[in-house]
Structure formats: C-alpha cells, structure tokens
Ligand binder design. Structure first.
Ligand code: FAD
Length: 384
C-alpha cells in the first residue's frame, strides 16, 4: 500500500492519522513525532475552547464538526486500548464590540453563523448588564452570545485520537523529519534525525509552528510563524454569576477556568519566533487593570500562575492552509491554524483523509483555504 508519512503527531497529525485509519489505510500511515511528552507542542498548551463563532464560514463549519465529535467523543473516536474523555462541556461564548463598524461586522458574522446553523443572540448593553450584573460593559454597544460553545481538555483529546489511531494500526515513530528527497515533482524519501529513512508516497506536514521548516525542504515558502500567547490563571475573593467566555474587540478576554478565571494575551507587535517567557509584570501592569475596569470582582484577585504557548500564525490572513503544494504534488500542508487548531482538528483530519483517499474535499469545501491564495497574496477575510 502507498506510504503516507505525517510529520507531527499533535492533535492535527493524530486526527489525520485517525481518519485515514478509519478509512482502512492504517497500515500505510506512519506518524513522525519526536516528543511523546509533547512538552513544547501547542496542543497541550491550548485553553480548550470549542468556539462556534468565527468570521469565516469554513471556520464555523469546521467548529460545528469539532463540536459534534468532541461532545460525543466515545462514539466518534474508537479503537484505542486506553480511551480518553476530553470532558466536553458547554460554557458559551460572547464577543463584545463597539461603534458602527464593529456592530455592522458583528451582525454580518451572526447572519452567516445562523445560516450555517449556529444559534447566536445579539444583545445590547442594557441586556448584557441585566444578564451579567457584575460586569460594567463600558464601551460595549453590542455582543453576540452563543450558549452552546464548548470547552474540552486538549491533552485528553490529543491522546484519545493518538491512542485510537495506534489501536487501529497506525505506526508512530519517535523521530524528527530532517530532510526530504525529491524526484521531479514528487517527494520520494523522508530522512529522520536518527539516520533512518522512509519511502514516501504522500507527505503530510502537520508540524504547526515548525511547519515552515518542513515546507522549506521542498522549496515552499509559507508565511507561517510562531507567535507567543500568554495565559494567566487567577482566583477572585468575591464570587460572581457564571459567565460565558467573554471576548472584547479592544481589551482582554476572560473565561471561567477550574476554580477561577483565565485571561490571555497576544502582543501582535512582538517579533515572531519561539519565546517562552511569561510576563508576570505585564499581567500586573496591563491586563489586571483592564480586567478590573470590566468587573469589580477582578480588583481583588490572586494570580495563581500561567503558561506560554505559540500559535502557528498565518501572517497572510490568520487562517490555515490545507492543500497540496502545486510544485510537489504529493506534499500536503495542514498548518497556519492561528489559534483555532484544536476545535478544527477533527474536521481537518477528515478533510486531509479526503484529499488523499477520495481525490478532494467531500464533507466541507475547504478549497478557499488553498495554497494558491498565498501565492496570489489574496487574504481571506481575517478572523480573530
Ligand atoms: C496558549 C494557546 C491557547 C490555545 N487555545 C486554543 C483553544 O482554546 N481552542 C483551539 O481550538 N485552539 C487553541 N489553540 C491552538 C491550538 O493549540 C493549535 O492550533 C493546535 O494544537 C495545533 O495542533 P498541531 O497538532 O498542529 O500542533 P502541535 O500540537 O504543536 O503539534 C505539532 C507537533 O509537530 C512536531 N514536530 C515539529 N517538528 C517536527 C519535525 N521536523 N518532524 C516531526 N515532527 C515535528 C512537534 O514535536 C509537535 O508535537 C491554542 C494555542 C495556544 C498556544
């Protein structure tokens, strides 16, 4: 059987492997993953949001499928000797905007989301204060609230897919892809850090923040760069009403997490690249005052810690590239998820399986997430 080699065994590589295995191709699939502990991988560092609200239809459609899979994981993900429960629960999500342009963009997004089947309510500031009396909603004119948005344990989801893929017969090799051999327009062999080499019929690049390095091996230059995301976890003295994950157009978001709250920060001005520093001082001087402006209970808090991870930012338009490389037709890229990869992984796994085994996308048309748009410099509408 033709050999399918997947570089990267995070949630993306493992979902791709799993859907190939479900379709009967397990014995042809090898996943290369250098780190079985996933210390620096994005997946275990994700917050775990399964968000249905996006600005791009494809992202909404992929999230809906992610929701279906994660909310009934045991039905969808089978085959592992050890089964994992990603503990899906619905927590809701609210996006807050201000100004005429902000409201118009939000309303357009909500129309599209409703067409695709997401239940979203539009609420004005008075209604927001009635429902969430602990919050001031200063500078907020309107918000979109979808109550069904979910939350999972990202590590359990990753291990669930990985163990199921392995259980169905996929081989994981603890090794790093370091070079590729080409003959004409095809990859023929993969070379690994250990010195091993593997024959290749299809090479899938699912290496997230490291995807650009692998693209370079076949002469593909992609605008995907690691971008640091910091997460801060804090407790409050005062208890307030349950809240959905709240996101603002112009300030920090906040969500319930364990016994407290989580707030995240991405500095879009920072240089790209891996940077593992957690800036506690920045939390104290920048984020905390802004959170306290939103809600009195966030005045008296105890910072419990935080962590750093990296988005595989697609600098063109913050949306993934899921496509074959036109110059090397058996090289498939699935990266550039820009902070949304966990929720989209089941849909991407199924889509890449369709590209390889069925000759093209069958379930969700992801053709706009093409490599061609990158070559042509045609950004899709930027989503947050
Ligand atoms: C702080 C933070 C919060 C996030 N929150 C969310 C969220 O709430 N919801 C959501 O949907 N998404 C979220 N994301 C995004 C999400 O985590 C990622 O999009 C997703 O995990 C990407 O999965 P992946 O498998 O592509 O990447 P990874 O999990 O990073 O896996 C890539 C793997 O490739 C391996 N690799 C690297 N180089 C090579 C090589 N040369 N050969 C072989 N293997 C290689 C690495 O070891 C790594 O394990 C968040 C990300 C961060 C950083």
């Amino acid at each position: 059987m033709a050999q399918i080699v997947i570089a990267g065994g995070g949630i993306m590589g493992s979902c791709i492997a799993y859907y190939l295995a479900l379709a009967g191709a397990a014995s042809a699939v090898t996943v290369l993953e250098p780190d079985p502990a996933y210390e620096f991988a994005a997946t275990p560092r994700a917050v775990g949001a399964i968000r249905l609200q996006h600005g791009l239809r494809e992202n909404v459609e992929m999230s809906i499928y992610g929701d279906q899979v994660y909310s009934a994981f045991a039905e969808h993900v089978r085959g592992g000797k050890i089964e994992f429960d990603p503990q899906f629960r619905r927590c809701g999500y609210m996006y807050q905007v201000h100004g005429t342009e902000g409201i118009a963009a939000l309303e357009a997004n909500v129309r599209m989301q409703r067409e695709v089947g997401v239940e979203v309510q539009l609420l004005d500031a008075d209604e927001l204060r009635r429902r969430y009396p602990s919050f001031r909603f200063v500078g907020v004119d309107c918000a979109a609230l979808s109550l069904a948005d979910g939350q999972i344990d990202p590590y359990a989801a990753l291990m669930g897919f990985r163990r199921a893929a392995e259980g169905l017969g996929v081989t994981y090799i603890q090794d790093r892809l370091v070079a590729l051999d080409l003959s004409g327009t095809l990859v023929t062999d993969a070379y690994l850090a250990s010195g091993l080499s593997l024959p290749v019929d299809t090479l899938v690049n699912a290496a997230n923040c490291w995807a650009s390095e692998i693209c370079a091996m076949v002469g593909m230059s992609v605008p995907i760069e690691p971008m640091r995301r910091q997460q801060f976890y804090f407790l409050t003295q005062q208890r307030i009403e349950p809240i959905p994950a709240m996101r603002r157009m112009d300030g920090p978001g906040v969500r319930m997490h364990q016994d407290g709250y989580l707030s995240g920060f991405t500095n879009h001005q920072q240089p790209s690249g891996l940077n593992w520093d957690l800036e506690l001082e920045m939390f104290e001087t920048v984020l905390w005052p802004q959170l306290a402006d939103q809600c009195d209970a966030f005045e008296a808090i105890k910072l419990k810690g935080g962590w750093v991870g990296h988005y595989d930012m697609n600098r063109l338009d913050n949306n993934p590239i899921i496509d074959r490389f036109d110059k090397v037709s058996n090289f498939i890229l699935a990266a550039g998820f820009s902070g949304h990869g966990l929720m989209h992984a089941p849909a991407v796994g199924r889509a890449v399986k369709e590209l390889i085994l069925d000759g093209g996308f069958r379930s969700i048309d992801l053709s706009r997430l093409s490599w061609r748009r990158v070559m042509d410099g045609h950004a899709l509408r930027v989503t947050d």
